[in-house]
Structure formats: C-alpha cells, structure tokens
Design a protein around this ligand. Structure first.
Ligand code: GLN
Length: 295
C-alpha cells in the first residue's frame, strides 16, 4: 500500500518497495527482478522505466505487478515469469525446462568470440549442451565468420534454442541438433573439423544440489545443473572426446565451477592431446573458464 491514501504508486516508489520486499524474501537480485517484472507488466524496457520514474501506475497494472511479485517471492525465477532473459546484451526466450542464462557465462562467450575473431577466416564451432542457445547465438552474432553447431539432449531446451536462433536471425549459421554431448557431431561427420568447442555443462555436484537456492533447485532443470557426484563428470567426458573433433591448434573453452579448474586440467593433461591450460577469472576472482588448445 502507498504510504497514505493521498499518495499514489509511482514507478519509483513501487520499485523501491518491491525491491525491499524481495530482498527480505531472500531474493539475490531484488532490484533487478523488481525492474524486470515491472517492465514486463508495463510493456516497457528497463531504460523506459527510468525515464518514466514519476509515472503513476493504474490499478490494472498494479494488480498484474502484484501477482508476479507474489510468484517471484514464492521462488519462481523472474526470467521464467516474463519468458526471457538478457545475456550478452541480447534477449533470449526461456521458460521451465531450460537453464536461465547466467552473467558469468559471458566470460566463456567472450573467450570464444575473441578466438574466432583472431582466427579471422571462416570457421566451425560447436556448443555442447546449448540450453537456450545463449552461447551459440551470441558467438554467431558477434563473430560473423563463425558457423556453430549446437547440441542439446533435452527436447524442451532444444525447442527454446531453435526459437532463439530464429529470433536473432542466425539460422544460416547456427544449427541446433538433439543428442548427447558430441554424438550429433559424430553423426554429422564433424570429427577433426572444429576450430572451437565451447560448453557450459552442468557442474553442480549431486551432493550440493540440496543446498542450491530454492529458486534454482525447485524450478530449473536438474539435468542442466547436476553432473555426477563430483560435479565434473560432464567436463571430463567433453575433455576426453574433444580431441577427436578439434583441428590441431583448436580451442576448447569450458565454464567451470569454483575449485574445478585443477580437476579438469588434470583430465586434459592425462589425454596427452592438449597444451597448457589457461584460466579466465570471473568478477569474484573464481577461475570460471578453462581454456586449452589441442596440440
Ligand atoms: N549453454 C546454456 C547456458 O549456458 C545451457 C547450459 C546448461 O544447461 N548447463 O545457459
């Protein structure tokens, strides 16, 4: 309720009130979520919220917003409530059954774009476990010399991926194909043909699943989050299979969780196919991207 019956809910006042409320409810990004939900109700983008800061909300808007805030407070991810999520300055459709793109994954994308640009010539890349296709599409949009094959085992996620490819008009250069890890690439005869292999695989340890925030644990697909008991099961499979698909000098770029870099480096070293690994750190100083070149 507004502070008094004379006052009205302006954009500014309601955003502050809702952000405080969501913070109290344990939401990790309360202000962002308050803005994302209000943008959705008003049919405005977040910049327009700021330019219309003093605009009063009409009752139907207030009602719509209240309903969404209630669901967010109960745990539903904001991205599922509005049906999309911004990633690498692009907008991706998401919903139940597909992982919500995370800001830390932008480091992985930057590494892949930089590699593609420095190679210059037309090249083939693969995105293993593409989910919403946020990685594959961003790579194709920002590295126009890149053709990307994106694999995904979940039919629901693959459908989101295909929609996102079309929404960003990169269907000429991004192919979404259903199957487990590299299996579709083998079928397509791409062994030995990829300059870049990129992946943000599931990397939560099975034993850690129960301690994830409820908004993740209860809503996002477990199969997109958990990889075996130790969390690096998918990385290990990818590292072992990637040499078959990479050209000599080709880059493997994997997102890793806190403390996983060394384990993945060990597996890569054991294959005998790779040079020295490099790490990219995220904003929190965590080694977040594992980079290694095929010999
Ligand atoms: N590649 C997608 C992303 O980064 C999906 C990753 C996943 O489902 N583990 O969001």
């Amino acid at each position: 309720m507004p502070p008094s019956s004379q006052e009205v809910w302006t954009v500014a006042l309601i955003l502050k009130t809702v952000a405080d409320y969501l913070r109290d409810k344990g939401c990790e990004t309360p202000r962002l979520d308050a803005e994302v939900l209000l943008s959705h109700v008003l049919g405005a983008n977040r910049v327009e919220l700021y330019t219309g800061y003093d605009r009063p909300l009409v009752p139907v808007e207030l009602e719509g917003y209240r309903a969404l805030v209630k669901r967010r407070a109960a745990g539903e991810p904001a991205a599922y409530l509005v049906g999309h999520k911004e990633f690498y300055s692009l907008d991706f459709r998401v919903g139940p059954g597909v992982l919500v793109p995370r800001p830390e994954t932008e480091f992985l994308v930057s590494a892949a774009i930089e590699e593609a640009k420095s190679r210059g010539e037309p090249l083939r890349a693969a995105d293993i476990g593409t989910g919403s296709a946020c990685v594959a599409v961003s790579l194709a949009v920002f590295a126009s010399n890149c053709e990307v094959v994106a694999t995904e085992r979940s039919p629901v996620a693959a459908e989101f991926a295909r929609k996102n490819v079309i929404a960003h008009d990169v269907q000429e250069r991004v192919t979404v194909t259903e199957g487990e890890l590299f299996e579709p690439l083998r079928r397509m005869g791409l062994a030995g043909k990829l300059a870049v292999v990129v992946s943000n695989p599931p990397y939560i340890a099975g034993s850690e699943f129960d301690s994830l925030p409820a908004t993740v644990r209860n809503y996002e697909p477990r199969e997109a989050l958990v990889a075996g008991e130790g969390g690096t099961e998918c990385h290990e499979r990818i590292v072992k299979e990637a040499p078959d698909f990479l050209v000599p000098g080709g880059l493997l770029a994997l997102e890793v969780g806190a403390g996983q870099f060394e384990k993945v480096a060990q597996t890569a070293g054991d294959t005998g196919f790779f040079g020295e690994p490099r790490a990219l750190e995220d904003y929190g100083g965590i080694k977040r991207v594992f980079l290694v070149r095929r010999k």
